[in-house]
Design a protein around this ligand. Structure first.
Ligand SMILES: Nc1nc2c(ncn2[C@@H]2O[C@H](COP(=O)(O)OP(=O)(O)OP(=O)(O)O)[C@@H](O)[C@H]2O)c(=O)[nH]1
Ligand SMILES: [Mg+2]
Length: 231
């Protein structure tokens, strides 16, 4: 179990948790300075297991064009399957295996970036461990938080897991090609997302049909160029 997410003994772990989060925040600030110094724009990609995080990263890199250079840090409990998937299309990817820990933290990223050629990267995508709870607590030193919600997960998820959606700068509604096959109340889903986070843009995407990717890529580019636009 994750000791940091507040699911252990109450009071003792609460103050320990706060110290851990404070320490994490300090390291994350340092990481952001390091990334800024190297002109690397970075995104923490979060969402449930199987929500489409690796597919998003793959397709974004393939469609971006414009000679941009990408780096990826792959967070996974156990395997390097996603890392190998990205390597196979020539992406500069680094693997972190967290074992029993259900999220990435700034310490792990600090270690991973040591082996990355930051001066040769324009965008750094960090694929967090698939989970809608713990990753939301840990700042990784990225410039934006991107949260994926796939249409198969149901319209109630923003209400059930509010923190991760609250902390999103961008929300991507994924697998929209599957909507015709589902019993999904899309209006309720959008209403629930807006209720939890009224500022973050919501983009509907599908790496299968490529729908939404132009909008997502141009938003990413705007945030990179004009950080003041960040919600
Ligand atoms: N139909 C459809 N399938 C998708 C879409 N995006 C991803 N998938 C499929 O959904 C499955 C999971 O996608 P991944 O990209 O591996 O998801 P993930 O979030 O990286 O998964 P974990 O890393 O295991 O948490 C794969 O079989 C993908 O091919 C989509 O937009 N439409
Ligand atoms: Mg993945």
């Amino acid at each position: 179990m994750c000791g940091e997410c507040g699911c252990g003994e109450k009071e003792k772990s609460l103050s320990l948790n706060q110290d851990i989060l404070k320490d994490n925040k300090r390291k994350a600030e340092g990481l952001r300075v390091l990334l800024d110094k190297n002109k690397v724009f970075s995104a923490n990609i979060m969402g449930s297991p199987g929500s489409g995080k690796t597919s998003l990263i793959e397709k974004t890199i393939l469609m971006y064009g414009d000679g941009k250079r990408f780096g990826v840090i792959e967070g996974d409990l156990e395997t390097d399957l996603d890392h190998r998937r990205l390597k196979s299309i020539g992406v500069n990817s680094t693997q972190i295996n967290t074992g029993t820990v259900c999220h990435l933290d700034a310490d792990m990223i600090e270690e991973a970036v040591k082996s990355m050629p930051l001066t040769e990267i324009d965008f750094l995508f960090i694929e967090n461990v698939g989970n809608l709870v713990c990753p939301s607590l840990f700042d990784l030193g990225t410039h934006i938080n991107v949260v994926l919600l796939s249409v198969t997960e149901g319209e109630d998820k923003p209400l059930k897991y509010p923190l991760i959606f609250k902390r999103a700068n961008v929300i991507l509604l994924t697998k929209i090609d599957l909507i015709p096959f589902l019993k999904l109340d899309e209006e309720a889903l959008m209403r629930n997302l807006k209720r939890i986070n009224s500022k973050a843009p919501v983009i509907k995407i599908s790496p299968v049909t490529e729908e939404g990717f132009k909008d997502w890529i141009s938003l990413l580019e705007s945030f990179r160029k004009y950080p003041a636009l960040l919600p």
